[in-house]
Design a protein around this ligand. Structure first.
Ligand SMILES: Nc1ncnc2c1ncn2[C@@H]1O[C@H](COP(=O)(O)OP(=O)(O)OP(=O)(O)O)[C@@H](O)[C@H]1O
Ligand SMILES: [Mg+2]
Length: 261
């Protein structure tokens, strides 16, 4: 997890003039933004504004056509999701995140199982269970039992386990969440909101969160960036703005797009 002593005063992530087209469709037209250590940055914008494309570029899934990315002040170029992971960047992909029929603890250790022996290796189930329990209690995620198959958990609990799995990766410092509260009820959503805040405040994880619900964004984030037509058009700390102002801003830019788009 994040090393809070590192990078004092510098952005953990900085991207400058990132552009990306898909054939004739220009998804990003020069996005510039920064993320500070332990900060939760909310990214909002209409459908098709480029939010998911940006998340996929930061996580190494797509390569940009132009622009630059720095992690902890170092220029980086990600050719793959593994490249981004090596720099401590993790994403929770909605569909690929968990294996339904496996237990909570097996999911937390997926592809990084603890084993003993050489040749034929044995899983260290007891140890993995203990570590899973300890980690979940550390980040204040409460579930009935780490033995439960994840298919038996609620949507909110499943998402919490997916987030926990991402943040358990060694050296992880930046977590990208693309609509983590989609299709969740209020109670479910509050679980994830509490988890995101805990990870940022207590564990120093920096996060970029995409969400269409401005109430959630205000609850979750320290700062908000609006992205419209492939560019950042507003950058404000939550205490410098309001739900009313954000709604108004989005409405105005939507009307302008209708007029000139
Ligand atoms: N793989 C792709 N191939 C072609 N076009 C794409 C691809 N991915 C995204 N696009 C286009 O790029 C633009 C930005 O899409 P993106 O998914 O980033 O938007 P978004 O802001 O995440 O929207 P939403 O809020 O609906 O999730 C859209 O016009 C979309 O159709
Ligand atoms: Mg999207």
């Amino acid at each position: 997890m994040a090393d809070q002593t590192k990078n004092q005063g510098g952005s953990v992530l900085r991207i400058e003039e990132i552009s990306k087209s898909f054939g004739p469709v220009s998804a990003l037209e020069g996005v510039t933004l920064h993320l500070e250590p332990g900060e939760v940055l909310g990214l909002v914008g209409s459908n098709g504004a480029g939010k998911s494309t940006l998340v996929k570029i930061i996580t190494g899934y797509y390569q940009p056509d132009g622009g630059r990315i720095w992690v902890d002040g170092e220029p980086v170029e990600f050719k793959s999701v593994d490249d981004a992971r090596a720099h401590g960047i993790e994403t929770v992909f909605q569909d690929l995140a968990l294996v339904d029929e496996l237990s909570v603890y097996h999911n937390l250790f997926l592809n990084r199982e603890l084993t003993v022996g050489r040749g034929l290796r044995f899983l260290r189930n007891k140890r993995m269970k203990e570590e899973a329990r300890r980690y979940l209690s550390d980040i204040q995620v409460s579930i009935p039992s780490v033995d439960t198959p994840v298919e038996k958990l609620s949507g909110g609990q499943r998402q919490a386990i997916a987030v926990a799995r991402a943040t358990r990766q060694p050296g992880m410092k930046i977590l990208l969440l693309d609509e983590p509260l989609a299709a969740m009820g209020a109670r479910e959503a509050s679980l994830i909101i509490a988890l995101v805040k805990n990870l940022a405040r207590e564990h120093g994880v920096s996060m970029l969160v995409v969400d269409h619900n401005y109430t959630h964004i205000f609850e979750l984030c320290d700062r908000i960036n609006v992205i419209e037509q492939g560019r950042v058009t507003l950058d404000k700390r939550v205490e410098e703005t309001s739900l009313g102002e954000l709604t108004e801003f989005m409405l105005t830019s939507y009307k302008q797009q209708l007029q000139y788009g």
